[in-house]
Ligand binder design. Sequence first.
Ligand code: PLP
Length: 443
Amino acid sequence: MCQSMIQEEIEAGKGVLLSGWGEMVDLVVSHGKGAVFWDIEGKEYIDCTAQAWSLNTGFNHPRVINAAREQLYKVTHIRSTFYSLPQLRLAKKLSEIAPGEGPKKLKRVTFCLHGSVATEGAMKIALKSKGGGQFLALFNGYHGRTLGSMSVSWPHPTNEFLPYMGNVIRVPAPYCYRCPFHLEYPSCGLQCADFMGEAIEKMPDGKTCALIMEPIQGNGGQIIFPPEFHTRVRQICDKFGILLIYDEIQTAFGRVPAMFACQLYDVVPDIIVYGKGLGGGFPVAGTLSREGLAKFSAGDHGFTLGHFPISLAAALENLKVIEEENLLERCKRLGDYILKELNRMKEEYELIGDIRGCGLMIGVELVRDRTTKEPATKEAQDFVNEALKRGVLFGTSRYAGLGNVVKIKPPAVITDEQADRALEVFEEVLKVISKSGKPSLIF
Ligand SMILES: Cc1ncc(COP(=O)(O)O)c(C=O)c1O
């Protein structure tokens, strides 16, 4: 097809899309391989976002593509009321690698296509298990964009949706760089955990059925909680008899140096929600829950296209890739290396307020002044644009957080050379943004 025809098609498509994503990055992606993708002009980018932190094994991993291709020629759609081999094999594998032991093992599996729908699945399991009740969620948490999952997420500015969202009590999370109680860890004694207990006792109109939280907040600004917070949360849930749901949609399957982030903290939740990284680029999400919690009955949580055999076959192979290519180890080694380099940059560039990282889930919080911690939000957006010009895609936190965190979350298959190039660009752009910010503090 000639270039002018393609351009015509692009403009026509852009003209009719009812965008679901606010401002789009004006870039049409053509193809990808490993940690790199190309736009339709042929320009190459190192992707430090793994496409919304999903492609942990990179673009088009050959083994994942082969598994999908083999399934493609067998059958592409099966109604959810039938079994299929990919579904049963993946369910078995997930229940084997799931956290927990004995009766606490999270061995019951559900599948759907989107993380948001999986979040709602977890909410339904909690509601059915506890006979209803309210949810507890953390400030700045993010759990999806369906109405149910939005209700437990940090309020979205689109207030028109609010009448359809409710029954949620929100409590402060330990965002220690900007402590909601203006205290310092560890001398604070984790007041946020104490407050959570009080909130469960005093705030809900009726009973609370579950706490839903991300083990590491992604959209909220890449917030890593003190390990002790996780232990306290488990104790609080046990004390009040409420379920603990970990939303591991971002953290599971190779983003942090463990299959599930809860394993880093030695905490076994009652339900895990997963998605993103499992499918190796194919849509699949779901829940893992422990024996003894409610099961779904007909009509509770079934979706016409939710049993997508190609995704399920791809996901099974993707898990093998994570294990056999030692990607969890690689994730740790590269993550530690990137953090070390960033900490070196922090000595030199005042723009860096805080660096938070766990494996390849890294955020750099930019501030205009290290004392006042004024968020450098515009600078963070400029940062991403400048890096993009230089062929590296970084992410930012936009919705729940302050928008001033630059994220480095590449696929675990990123090569050492690509990681070094991304860091080189990171420093180059820090220089540019720091210079442009200094003479005129006009923001
Ligand atoms: C922690 C978390 N939960 C839920 C979701 C929603 O997943 P999806 O976009 O697949 O519906 C996301 C997506 O960014 C997420 O990061």
